[in-house]
Every structure is written in C-alpha cells, then in structure tokens.
Write a protein that binds this ligand. Structure first.
Ligand code: AMP
Ligand code: MG
Length: 423
C-alpha cells in the first residue's frame, strides 16, 4: 500500500492549486451565505438620531429639579411627534411632548416617561392629544432615550471581507442603506456520473441496472456548500461518451469538474483513460476507506475531481476533498465539518487506512457516545442515511476497544439525539 497517498497530503496538494474566485456585485437580498468581498464601514452613526424607546412623553430632565422623583406632576403638552417625521420642535423646561417609539427626540428633550406612568395611557397616535398630562413620577435624564451612535459610530468597520453572510449581516447592510454589495462569485461545478448500469429515477427498475444516486447526493452537497451546479447527466461506459461530457463541462466554463465512477481498475473505467490522454492525473488512490480510487486531475487545464462510484465513497470523498475546494474557491477558510470527540460504545475494526465510519452519535450526561450504523459496505447508502456522524479512525490503526475516544464529523446541523445513558 506504499503507493497510496495520505488524505492530508492529497488535500494540501489539491488545495494548493485553487484560489478564491473574483468578486461580483449583487443585490443584498441574494447575498445569503455568500462571501463578502469588501470591508463594510458604517457611513453614519446608529441610531442616526436620538430617539425614544417607548411610547410616552418627552421632557427636559437634566435642568429640572423634579428629575428622578416620585409624585404627581402636571405638565402642558406642547407637541406631538409620531415616528418617521422630522420635528423642529424645541422643548423648554416644564413642557412635555407626546412621542412614539422610534421618533426623534425634540431639541432640548433628554428623557421620556412611558404612557403607562402618566394620566394618558393611550399608545395609539390617533388618540386626541391632551392639553396637559399628569406624570406619576418624573424621569431621570437619559431614561428611555436611544442616543445617536449608541450601537455604531460613523466610520466603524462592521463586517470584514471574507465573512460568510448571515441573515443578521444582511439586515445590517440594509440598515446602512446599502442595496448592493461585492461578494465572491459562486464556484461553478460541472457534475456527471458514469456507468452503463445507471438509470435516471422515475422509471421502473430494469435487469442489471441501478438508479443514479450520485448525481443527486453530490449535486446537492455542492449546492449546500454554495456552489452553482451544472448537471451533465450520465456518461455511458465508452471512451467517446466520457470524453464528450468532459468537453461539455469545459465549454460550460466550470471552475471544477466533478465526476463519479469509472476511476477504479475495471475494464470499462474510461474516466481515468480520458484524463490521462487529454490532461494530467495528479493524484490517484488515497489511503482512505471508503474512497481509495479518488482521482485529482486536469482536463485541458481545467481541474477535475473524480470520485469513486460507490455512493458512500463518493459522498465521503466529497466531504473530504470537494467541500474544502468549494470553500477555497468561495474565499472561505477550508475547515473540516463540525468535529466532536466521541466515546466508542463498542470495539471498532479498521484495515489501517484512514477510515470514515458511519455512526450515530448520542448525547448523554456522561458525554457523547457513538455506535456504527449497519453494514459499512461502501455501496450501502442506507447506513449513511441512518448515521448522523462519521467517525474518523486514523491511518495505521486497525482496532479500537470500546470506551476509546475518536473524532467524529457531524453530518448536518440537526440536534444530536439525547439519551439518559448510552446503551
Ligand atoms: P465504478 O467506480 O464504476 O467501478 O463503480 C463502483 C460501484 O458504484 C458500482 O457498483 C457502480 O454500479 C456504483 N455506482 C457508480 N456510479 C453510481 C451512481 N451514480 N449511483 C449509484 N451507484 C453508482
Ligand atoms: Mg463503472
């Protein structure tokens, strides 16, 4: 097995050949999970102006000796300030103005008493303005005021380039009045499966044939990682058919060609042959299980990752190699999936290759516990469906006893099942 390249070595070699894609400008409503390609500074203070955090009555408290005291105080109401208006009102000591939540404080005012602490308990701005109002206490300076610049200062850096934009970030961009921003272009991935046995779902099964799972699972993994997927279907096991799909991928201006199957040593495995003749095979066969026949190559200068055909091998090969490449192209740090130390519930055997085993991880008061799901054959997709994690058994390890701790990759963002005690 000396000709097998280690997972780490293969990954760093592959990553060294990819750079972040150029930026493009898009609407902020389209920018969810895209990578910001510019630093964002605030063009103004936030809040933009001093405003009220309650429906109530604004007063000048700093210059009023009643500020902060209890008792009944009756004040004339000299103005009405709904949200969304510009007010030129100037408030003098001893006067009150009705004010709504979010409305700008009139000049001179520095505190707001909520309606519920007054003789006028109506929040509705259509309630007729009273000539005077009785306060049941007098507010202190600053009470219920959101001062200008409390959240953000003019010029402050709020979001850095390289950030993967979340809904709250995009709300922030809108708050700054921005409608378009610069983000890294989405990686374009041309995807095809190969094999004479493959049928497209939607028809009855046929003798000797199976349905093409990889076009779906790999295509959706790529979408989940933020790529644009160009679906090229299935190549038959013929040299010309395989070459034709590589040509199509090249003409589609893909950043990466992703194929599955046809890279083992079978008599009809033409993917590798086409790559050898029209490109360069840079990596073939990695010291991992499942997924050994993984191939990294180029086709007429375009990078190609050819995953093994077995659906579980293809899926794991994607997580190990393609996911980091998409991150790198997208201008993100290529990090592994969320990783957790877990305790084995039973002994585990491996063959010495770096192994990725399908498992259920459960959370209990004693920690995280893992057990394998079903038969680990690389064609058995259902054992992956039942799993919520992959246990990573390092290269060189052939067996581990129950109770041993290993690292687990979580397969999705779903909460882990919780148990009182591991079984
Ligand atoms: P190969 O790499 O061509 O030797 O294929 C390995 C195994 O994966 C074979 O059993 C294939 O039938 C199976 N296989 C290949 N491609 C797919 C696919 N797209 N969906 C499901 N199984 C596949
Ligand atoms: Mg095949």
């Amino acid at each position: 097995m000396t000709d097998l390249i280690s997972v780490n070595h293969a990954l760093s070699k592959i990553l060294s050949e990819f750079n972040p894609l150029p930026a493009e400008e898009i609407e902020i409503s389209e920018a969810l999970f895209r990578t910001l390609a510019e630093d964002i500074h605030s063009p103004f203070d936030l809040p933009l102006f001093d405003n009220s955090s309650v429906d109530g009555f604004a007063v000048c408290a700093a210059s009023d000796i009643r500020a902060g005291s209890r008792g009944n105080f009756t004040l004339p109401v000299v103005g009405d300030i709904p949200a969304g208006i510009h007010t030129s009102l100037r408030l003098a000591r001893g006067e009150a103005a009705r004010i709504m939540t979010g409305a700008p404080l009139p000049q001179g005012a520095d505190a707001v008493l909520p309606v519920e602490d007054t003789s006028f308990p109506y929040r509705d701005s259509s309630a007729p303005l009273p000539a005077q109002v009785t306060f049941f206490r007098f507010p202190s300076p600053g009470e219920n005021v959101r001062p200008r610049g409390q959240d953000v200062k003019n010029g402050q850096k709020l979001l850095s380039r390289g950030r993967k934009l979340q809904p709250q970030d995009i709300g922030m961009l809108a708050t700054l009045g921005l409608d378009r921003i610069r983000v890294i272009r989405k990686p374009r991935i041309a995807l095809f499966s190969s094999g004479d046995e493959l049928l497209t779902p939607g028809i009855p099964p046929q003798p000797g044939k199976i349905f093409d799972a990889n076009s779906y699972s790999l295509g959706l993994l790529a979408l989940r990682e933020g790529a644009e997927v160009i679906r090229l279907g299935v190549a038959r096991d013929e040299y010309q058919a395989v070459k034709e799909l590589f040509e199509k991928a090249k003409n589609a201006n893909a950043d990466l060609i992703l194929s599955s199957a046809g890279v083992s040593v079978g008599a009809f495995d033409y993917v590798r042959q086409v790559l050898e003749e029209h490109g360069e095979v840079k990596i073939w066969r990695v010291n991992m299980r499942p997924g050994k026949p993984l191939t990294y190559a180029s086709y007429k200068g375009l990078p190609v990752i050819s995953l093994p055909g077995n659906p579980v091998s293809a899926f794991i090969g994607f997580l190990v190699f393609v996911r980091p490449v998409i991150a790198r192209l997208s201008g993100l740090e290529p990090t592994p999936p969320t990783t957790l130390p877990v305790i084995l519930e039973h002994p585990v055997l491996s063959d010495g290759r770096e192994s990725y085993l399908r498992a259920i991880v459960q959370k209990s008061p004693q920690g995280f516990f893992a057990r394998l799901t079903g038969h680990q054959g690389s064609g058995n997709l259902y054992s992956l469906v039942q799993a919520n994690a992959l246990l990573i058994i390092p290269a060189g390890v052939k067996s581990l006893p129950a109770g041993e701790t290993v690292q687990a990759w979580l397969l999705d963002n779903e909460p882990l099942p919780v148990v009182e005690k591991p079984e």
